[in-house]
Design a protein around this ligand. Structure first.
Ligand SMILES: C[S@@+](CC[C@H](N)C(=O)[O-])C[C@H]1O[C@@H](n2cnc3c(N)ncnc32)[C@H](O)[C@@H]1O
Length: 275
């Protein structure tokens, strides 16, 4: 972002949100092909060998559930989830991302006939009714949001989740980000965000917020949260020899967030078939 824009953002909070969004859309649109090469059919080595199973293990089932994925990227996760729960049909599956190019990749590469594909910026009001989803997935998304955007995304997630609903989110572990910062591997992106190195020379936006800051924001948005640190396994380290971590630094943090208030029963949307 140009210095002039940064100055403009500092004095115009509304403008700030708009400019950050524009920058991000352009970035993820531009890197869509490269991102797909890097993440492929499993999301990359760490997700393939560790994180996907960890997330899937927390999903009790998908039959009759309404599921929303935010920041889905190339869309690799939904087919894996459907395969894991093969034979179970969700009532609704929405695969969303802010970037149309990412969504295009998701649709051309991992097309799911009964899924809905939606361009959705989590900083904005979600185009869904209150209490209309049972499960929201946000894999490596919340870490890319400014504090203002994070609060907006969590507030909307809470609104569209039904009583008893869950938000399952994964972010790079703050200790991992701290280790990158100590190595001088983060660069300033503005608005409290940085960029971190990823595969193939890609740099991705990341916040340096602590675990406690995530927990406080999730709690203030009406979620009861269990956080779990996730470490790389030997296969991941073998596949990513450049990943040099201080001993025992976890790579990711998974937040299993339940809607705290379950007092109001809400009708579920009607079913669709998934084949
Ligand atoms: C690091 S990628 C993760 C993609 C995928 N979930 C995965 O784990 O491979 C972050 C994704 O979040 C999307 N994203 C970033 N900011 C967003 C926003 N404000 N609203 C919706 N999606 C956003 C990007 O377009 C990108 O596809």
């Amino acid at each position: 972002m140009a210095d002039a824009d940064r100055l403009l953002c500092a004095s115009h909070p509304t403008r700030e949100r708009r400019i950050v969004a524009i920058t991000r859309i352009a970035y993820y649109d531009r890197i869509a092909k490269q991102w797909h090469r890097v993440t492929g059919h499993h999301g990359g080595a760490f997700k393939r060998y560790v994180l996907n199973d960890c997330l899937l293990g927390k999903i009790e089932g998908i039959a009759g559930r309404s599921i929303l994925e935010l920041g889905a990227g190339n869309g690799y996760f939904a087919p894996i989830m459907l395969r894991r729960f093969s034979g179970q049909q969700p009532a609704r599956l929405v695969i969303s991302d802010q970037s149309q190019a990412q969504l295009d990749t998701a649709q051309t590469t991992f097309f799911l006939q009964d899924a809905e594909y939606a361009q959705l910026d989590v900083q904005q009001t979600f185009p869904f009714a209150d209490a209309s989803f049972d499960l929201i997935l946000a894999i490596m998304l919340l870490n890319e949001l400014t504090n203002t955007a994070l609060r907006a995304a969590l507030c909307e997630s809470r609104r569209v989740l039904a009583p008893g609903g869950r938000l399952l989110a994964a972010v790079p572990h703050p200790a991992f980000i701290h280790a990158l910062a100590r190595k001088g591997a983060l660069t300033d992106f503005g608005h409290g965000l940085f960029t971190m190195p990823s595969a193939e020379g890609l740099r991705l936006p990341v916040s340096r917020r602590s675990e406690q800051m995530y927990l406080d924001t999730l709690g203030a948005s009406g979620f009861a949260v269990v956080a779990e640190p996730i470490s790389a396994d030997a296969k991941t380290l073998h596949a990513k020899p450049g990943l040099k971590l201080p001993h025992a630094t976890p790579l990711a943090l998974v937040f299993d967030c339940r809607v705290a208030d379950t007092s109001t029963p809400v009708p579920r949307p009607g079913g669709q078939s998934f084949s």
